[in-house]
Write a protein that binds this ligand. Structure first.
Ligand SMILES: [Mg+2]
Length: 379
């Protein structure tokens, strides 16, 4: 079997890659480069110049070749490599007639516990969202942000005292509203300084959060490690990292209790499985980051199914309705608080033939929130 074409395909807000072969099989992957999908598609086209004519089953070799042929890294390139790697695993599964996780040592489980997103402009909306998610069967965990989701064109200002007190009260109300039947995954979206992160963690600890995600900007692993040493709430981080080397540095500093590799950013299933093994050696759980399409969700589920330290799966809103439900055929199925592990050959799903025509590409706007004084805010 030889690769005949590697094609980037834009649909809605997503970048997919199809790898076609002379055996008539097509592999599907997705890039997690988010705001840089055009750049990631350019990297896919560069990689295609090497891949066409190659044996698609030499997955690790192609991964190493493309990662190491030149010295640049980063989101656009790793998103492209991830999409290609996922597509090659999809092809390998189809070729052997088994789901991807069977080639990766699985299954370690039949279904993956999920968490769900709750958004709201007010505390009341956020608390109501928690209660509604619980009654919809998503009682197993979700990530309410203790800060409200204000519009990005609205200038931000809160005193330190009001910011911390408000966030603690919001988390208290979440716990009061849903009881202990629900795990609360508290997403901070990099909003705090290390000093603020320590104070807020002390405030919310009595409400037993499952994890405290990205309390500070994730770039400085020493700073994240210092926060982790000073708090008792488990930290989740890693969605912006690209390589096993970055995760190794994070883990070596004791800076994380739940790693959050994005399968569409860390080098696909090949990269993510290695990160999971590094985490396993530190008794750290894996919560795959997944803000993308059902293709990413399927890849995450094959990871969950082949590792022992899977903890929880992010499950984006709206996978069961348009546009997401029209982008692929055979999207992963939810049963209450779990997603079934796909059991069809390969990834177990394909791009719908009319996906790109029905849902043209919508590039993300370059917009971020500003403080009342005009400076940039992380939100
Ligand atoms: Mg996050």
């Amino acid at each position: 079997m030889r690769i005949t074409a590697v094609e980037p395909i834009f649909v809605d807000r997503y970048l997919f890659v199809e790898v076609r072969t002379d055996a008539g099989l097509t592999g599907l992957g997705e890039s997690g480069a988010w705001g840089f999908l055009e750049a990631s598609a350019g990297a896919v086209e560069t990689f295609a110049r090497y891949l066409v004519g190659q044996d698609p089953l030499k997955i690790e070799h192609h991964w190493q070749y493309l990662y190491r042929w030149t010295h640049f890294r980063g989101a656009a390139i790793m998103g492209a490599l991830s999409a290609i790697d996922i597509a090659l695993w999809d092809l390998a599964g189809q070729h052997h007639g088994v789901p991807c996780h069977r080639l990766l040592g699985g299954p370690t489980r039949d279904k993956a516990r999920v968490y769900y997103h709750v958004f709201g402009r007010t505390r009341e909306e956020l608390v109501r969202g928690c209660v509604e998610a619980k009654s919809a069967g998503l009682q197993r965990g979700r990530p309410p942000d203790p800060f409200t989701d204000d519009p990005r064109d609205e200038p931000y200002f809160q005193t330190h005292a009001a910011k911390i007190a408000g966030a603690v009260e919001t988390v208290r109300q979440y716990r009061a509203a849903v009881g202990d039947d629900v795990d609360l995954c508290i997403e901070i979206h990099r909003r705090l300084t290390p000093a603020e992160a320590v104070v807020l963690a002390e405030g919310i600890a009595p409400y037993r959060p499952f994890f405290y995600e990205d309390p500070i900007l994730p770039d400085n692993f020493d700073a994240m490690g210092e926060v982790a040493r000073r708090i008792t709430v488990p930290i989740a981080t890693g969605e912006r990292l690209h390589t096993i080397h970055e995760f190794a540095m994070l883990l070596a500093r004791g800076a994380v209790q739940y790693v959050r590799p994005d399968v569409c950013m860390v080098g696909g299933l090949t990269g993510a499985k290695k990160i999971a093994a590094l985490a396993e050696a530190h008794y750290v759980g894996v919560v795959p980051h997944n803000p993308l399409s059902p293709v990413s969700t399927a890849a995450c589920l094959h990871l969950a199914a082949c590792i022992p330290n899977f903890a929880l799966q992010e499950y984006p809103l709206g996978e069961d309705r348009p546009p997401k439900s029209e982008i692929v055929t055979n999207a992963p199925a939810r049963e209450g608080g779990y997603l079934r592990i796909p059991d069809a050959p390969g990834l177990g799903l394909a791009l719908a033939p009319d996906a790109a025509a029905r849902h043209p590409y919508r590039p993300r706007e370059v917009v971020t929130r500003l403080h009342e004084d005009g400076s940039v805010v992380d939100q």
